[in-house]
Design a protein around this ligand. Sequence first.
Ligand code: ADP
Length: 191
Amino acid sequence: MRLIILGPPGAGKGTQAERITESRGVPHISTGDIFRDNIRRETPLGKQVKGILDAGGYVTDEITNQIVADRLAEDDAQSGFLLDGYPRTVIQVEALDALLSGWGHQLDAVLELQVDEQELVARLVKRAETSGRTDDTEDVIRERQRIYREETAPLVRIYSERNVVVPIDGVGDLDQVTARISAALDGLTSA
Ligand code: ADP
């Protein structure tokens, strides 16, 4: 299965992605995790992107596309993957299209986790108390929501036109949301 999970910051993408990839046996590829890992290890890439992540901005498409191209070329991603946090811009959609079509592969679905903004900010402010993430402050959270609305929400339209979007209600407890995603994926494979 080749999947994308899309949704605003705080929608619970990371947690759900973890669960889905475990049950479906495909790698969870999170660009946010890759960047944070590089920052922690103080690699050249980490040093380059730290300020951007701290401010809630987007890393350049050039850097991000390269990282994903390298990751998707690894062995464990050949039979499937779940992309979490990528693509986030129209340029990234185009880069992913080129990559997949070069390999003769297609996306099976774009899972769109839907949660309204008030609920999101409340969740993130709460997460900030325990996450230690330097981008989990209220100002940065609002900035990330704004950028998401402007840059990433339009991607839903692009993928909708290709009939690959599967909307998922992201409000409820974690297990409920996981069950919804699971049912949607079962529907895909049996269709
Ligand atoms: P969240 O979903 O909570 O916003 P992520 O872990 O997906 O968090 O991303 C954290 C940060 O990493 C983003 O705010 C951005 O700075 C950077 N980032 C992650 N993915 C991308 C991407 N596809 N393009 C540009 N920047 C990205």
